[in-house]
Design a protein around this ligand. Structure first.
Ligand code: NAD
Ligand code: ZN
Length: 530
């Protein structure tokens, strides 16, 4: 059984969109629509004539109207024009569809388009030049589509079969929820959430066209689950190898990364392989760093196993390794090809790790989801819904600012002070609790600057207490915390940036607050054992 989502085939002219779409429509016995043909019918003239009369705008407007109509229907197979999905608004209209982009090399496009009737925007005498220029203009837009198929060595039948297989695999995976992360100017990637999906993950890998050669980098504490994952993938035709690492914060170093890189070379991992990071935030961060650097970059699929990694670290594409001086000082941006979340993995997670994840959930609620905070206050929530809401908050911010230039800094709420607490305590205080404490200090700083109310502080304190997170810290020296703060990545030259809350869902970045207030804010949560 196939779901009724529309199937949309797009791509540059000459990639075979219509031929392939007809084959798919036939296979699923669905109506087929070619948007170019439909517009020609509606306007009573050919697209070439429209363009040669300089009426591209009229054409684009008709296209938008048509897409709107089609997006309100289901069960269709649609082949679009080469420029149809170039605007964000058109792409948004088809967001709920199963969307595939066909790619081809310039050589192939020249060959295929040379003998065709003339096409708008291409001059027969300068065909190669025009194709290259148009492709350059459109590349970024095509990149916004997550499913790409290279058509260079495939017949239309083979392309149609590839698409059909991917759609059927996706259905077999029985995904209950999914969300798309759309980093600006980078390919989007899906996050799949479903209980017990690990046992169906091979279908998901097939549905995204993942490499058949994979190396799982797994948390050594999850030996049984990672062996099971490997066996499942092997049984479904993947060539999957397994490496494991000790998932401790103190191991999140270049040394551990180098050991893994050497192991990849020893098992002759090739450029065609993909990494699967199977673990919490530590494994996710090291795995992403290794994937980004081995042979200048392999693709990675994140399978987070802690709540913290499910709601935060596995998406967004950041990864960090620690230096002795401070946490996460080394790192790269490495967005995954997909994230697969199986909430059943949380059954074995110790309570303190669940609490650690809830610190990031509280953070996301304070950044952008009041209902999430209410769910936590009532302590009544469905875990799938909780994870989903978190991902929505984070995905929205990552989409707006993929490389942490401005808005995304808000996701670091609580982290400036939190990282300092982690470093100074030599990781006795773990990431989640440290972030909770960091949010309290940032809120206290806002209060001292007359920008937030005591009521907000009490609300956050109550949320942390309810979810078994600390609200004060013993045996830490204020001067050590202040020195660790100096190394924060958000600081630039003489400017120190902090994120403070003015109210729930109203955060602000401030620069160079008075040193005395920073000291006071930190001191407010420190105490010494007598
Ligand atoms: N890259 C990012 O954007 C980002 C964001 C937030 C945090 N982080 C990083 O994430 C790290 C913290 O991640 P974490 O809290 O997931 O810690 P973690 O990876 O250290 O895991 C915590 C503990 O839980 C165990 N564990 C993992 N999954 C389990 C399961 N299903 N059942 C039982 N035990 C399990 C691990 O072995 C470990 O002992 C920090 O290093 C932090 O800097 C990164
Ligand atoms: Zn964090």
């Amino acid at each position: 059984m196939i779901c009724k989502q529309n199937i949309v085939i797009t791509g540059f002219m000459g990639t075979g969109k219509s031929t392939v779409a007809v084959l798919i429509a036939r296979k699923f016995n669905r109506p087929f629509i070619d948007t170019d043909q439909e517009i020609e019918k509606r306007l009573g003239t050919s697209i070439n004539d429209i363009f040669s009369r300089g009426q591209e705008q009229l054409f684009r407007e008709s296209e938008r109207v048509l897409l709107k109509e089609l997006s309100e229907q289901t069960n269709l197979v649609i082949a679009t024009g080469g420029g149809t999905l170039l605007s964000r608004s058109s792409l948004q209209l088809l967001e709920q569809s199963s969307l595939f982009c066909l790619d081809a090399s310039v050589d192939n496009l020249v060959q295929r388009l040379y003998n065709c009737a003339s096409r708008p925007l291409l001059n027969h005498d300068n065909l190669r030049y025009d194709i290259e220029n148009l492709l350059d203009d459109r590349r970024c837009n095509y990149q916004r589509i997550d499913q790409h198929i290279s058509t260079d060595h495939l017949s239309p039948e083979e392309i149609a079969t590839t698409i059909i297989n991917r759609i059927e695999a996706r259905n077999k995976a029985q995904i209950t929820r999914s969300i798309k992360v759309q980093p600006r100017d980078l390919p989007p990637y899906p996050i799949f959430i479903a209980k017990d999906v690990l046992n169906r993950s091979a279908h998901l890998f097939k549905s995204i066209g993942a490499s058949l050669e994979q190396v799982i980098i797994a948390d050594s504490n999850l030996q049984e689950q990672s062996e099971k994952l490997r066996t499942h993938l092997l049984n479904h035709g993947f060539k999957t190898k397994l490496l494991s690492i000790d998932a401790q914060e103190s191991e999140k170093t270049l040394v551990s990364a180098e050991i893994l890189l050497r192991q990849l070379a020893e098992i002759r991992c090739s450029r065609a392989s993909s990494i699967i990071a199977f673990g919490g935030g530590v494994v996710g961060d090291i795995g992403a760093f290794v994937a980004a650097t081995y042979m200048r970059g392999l693709s990675i699929v994140q399978i987070p196993t802690t709540l913290l990694a499910m709601v935060d670290s596995s998406i967004g594409g950041k990864c960090g390794l620690n230096l002795q001086q401070s946490k996460n000082l080394i790192g790269v941006f490495k967005h995954p090809q997909a994230v697969i979340i199986d909430p059943c993995l949380l059954y074995s997670l110790p309570q303190q790790e669940v609490s650690a994840g809830l610190a990031e959930v509280i953070k996301h609620g304070l950044i952008g989801d009041e209902e999430l905070l209410c769910m936590l206050e009532a302590d009544a929530y469905n875990i799938e819904e909780l994870i989903f809401r978190n991902l929505c908050v984070k995905a929205k911010i990552v989409a707006a600012d993929s490389f942490e230039k401005d808005q995304r800094m808000l996701l670091n709420f609580g982290h400036t002070f939190g990282h300092a607490f982690e470093s100074v305590s030599q990781h006795r205080i773990k990431h989640g609790p440290a972030v909770g404490l960091g949010m309290l200090v940032a809120t206290r700083l806002a209060i001292l600057m007359n920008q937030a109310s005591e009521k907000l502080y009490i609300r956050i304190e109550n949320l942390l207490t309810k979810h078994k997170l600390p609200i004060s810290l013993n045996n830490i020296l204020i001067d050590d915390v202040l020195s660790a703060l100096e190394l924060d990545k958000k600081h630039s030259q003489n400017n120190k940036h902090f994120i403070i809350p003015l109210a729930a869902q109203q955060l602000k970045i401030i620069t160079n607050p008075p040193e005395i207030l920073i000291r006071k804010a930190i001191e407010s949560i420190l105490y010494q054992d007598s």
